[in-house]
Design a protein around this ligand. Structure first.
Ligand code: 2HA
Ligand code: ZN
Length: 267
């Protein structure tokens, strides 16, 4: 199998093993490099199913994506990739896409495809095209944490930075948070893509998280780090927090590792 598909499948199952993908929860899209799409060309059908998009995806015209299937389970991806994931190509005018491989038995891409595509557009723009992965998962601790705070990026980012020393180095911009909205639609897609311009990850209150990155390792690692920090925070909060990492220590950390911490979130 093509390496890019192997790596994609591994990430799907890694998320399942973490407990982040109950039932059909969560979804993953990857914007393929030209050479990766070329390597997969032998798999492509000559008569792709065509689907119209509810958003303007002109900024992604001609791009190939690997995507999980709507209603499909991450747990089943390694068993039958051709049924649970697929490769799509965005039309030249950005109004829809063709399904070139996979998503067999009439499956469609993830219900969160509008969020994924708008997030790709945002992150492509702010990372000069480095970002290729958008990942949505339902980790329990970050979701639980969203019940304990107002939906405010400063509050959330400070909690996470203070809960594990490496956090400020891994996401010095902070993490965004969107208050509860109906999932699966264009409205939540637009709001998330606005926040993800500023932050590499955005929490959906009472639901889960969207993370982004240049490759599978970076993206999985980001969500893993955020989830671990949330777990530590909730454990420490349950036991009783008597002290934490100070803002001066966060600044020293950022300096030592050469990252630009979001000063708006420091006191
Ligand atoms: O794929 O996670 O947000 C199911 C979901 C929707
Ligand atoms: Zn979800």
């Amino acid at each position: 199998m093509q390496k890019v598909l192997e790596d994609y499948i591994r990430m799907c199952y890694d998320g399942f093993l973490q407990g982040w993908h109950e039932r059909n929860g969560g979804n993953l899209t990857y914007r393929m490099k030209k050479e990766e799409a070329e390597e997969c060309r032998t798999l492509f059908t000559s008569s792709p199913r065509h689907i119209v998009l509810p958003i303007d995806a002109r900024a992604l015209a001609g791009e190939f994506f690997i995507t999980t299937g709507s209603g499909r389970y991450m747990r089943n991806v390694p068993l039958a990739p051709e049924k649970n994931i697929g490769i799509i190509r965005i039309d030249d005018d950005g109004s829809g896409y063709g399904i070139l491989w996979g998503l067999e038995d009439g499956a469609k891409p993830t219900s969160e495809l509008p969020s994924h595509l708008l997030n790709h557009i945002s992150r492509m723009e702010v990372t000069d095209g480095r970002c290729r992965v958008i990942y949505h998962a339902h980790p329990a601790n970050i979701t639980a944490l969203s019940y304990t705070i107002e939906p405010d990026a400063r509050t959330l980012s400070r909690i996470l930075w203070q809960s594990e020393t490496e956090c400020a180095v891994i996401f010095p911009e902070g993490v965004g948070i969107l208050d509860w909205m109906i999932p699966g639609g264009t409205d939540i897609a637009v709001e998330t893509s606005r926040l993800i311009r500023k932050y590499p990850a955005v929490v959906w209150a009472f639901h889960g998280i969207f993370g982004s990155g240049a490759d599978f390792d970076e993206t999985f690692g980001l969500v893993h780090t955020i989830e671990k920090a949330a777990e530590i925070y909730l454990k420490a909060k349950g036991a009783g927090i008597i002290r934490t990492i100070t803002d001066d220590q966060l600044r020293i950390l950022a300096d030592a590792f050469g990252v630009k911490i979001n000063e708006d979130f420091l006191g």
